[in-house]
Design a protein around this ligand. Structure first.
Ligand code: CO
Length: 134
């Protein structure tokens, strides 16, 4: 059901510093910061030949990554995003199998302008999983 790895997301306390690490030390192509207020984050995309790294910094009150950074103050891997062809069909199949979909279970528009859903880490090997329809 899942297709390509779309991105790996890393939560960071300082987005400019993290972007500089990827650009200057690792020699990667990084985007300008993009604020995504509906998801409570500012993102920088690191474009790799086969996938992307999404650097996430909290934006505003009650950011969904604030708690994660509280437990991981230096930052850390936050989620992996897999591509699916039909996100509602994927959701229905996972829910029927007992997996927990976060939020109200309805896809929202993610940082790339495509519908996304998040799956509970306890159901997926301790890793928060994002599904993105492509
Ligand atoms: Co993501």
């Amino acid at each position: 059901m899942i297709g390509k790895l779309n991105h790996v997301a890393i939560a960071v306390p300082d987005l400019a510093a993290a972007a500089a690490v990827y650009r200057d030390q690792l020699g990667a192509e990084v985007s300008k910061p993009v604020a995504v207020p509906e998801h409570g984050v500012t993102t920088v995309f690191v474009n790799l030949p086969n996938t992307k790294i999404e650097l996430l910094e909290p934006l505003g009150e009650g950011s969904p990554i604030a708690g994660f950074l509280g437990k991981n103050p230096a930052g850390g891997m936050h989620h992996v995003c897999y591509e699916v062809e039909d996100i509602r069909a994927a959701r229905d199949r996972l829910k029927a199998a007992g997996a927990r979909v976060l939020g109200d279970g309805e896809p929202r528009i993610g940082a790339h302008g495509k519908p996304v859903l998040f799956l509970h880490p306890k159901d997926f090997c301790g890793t928060l999983v994002e599904l993105e329809e492509v």
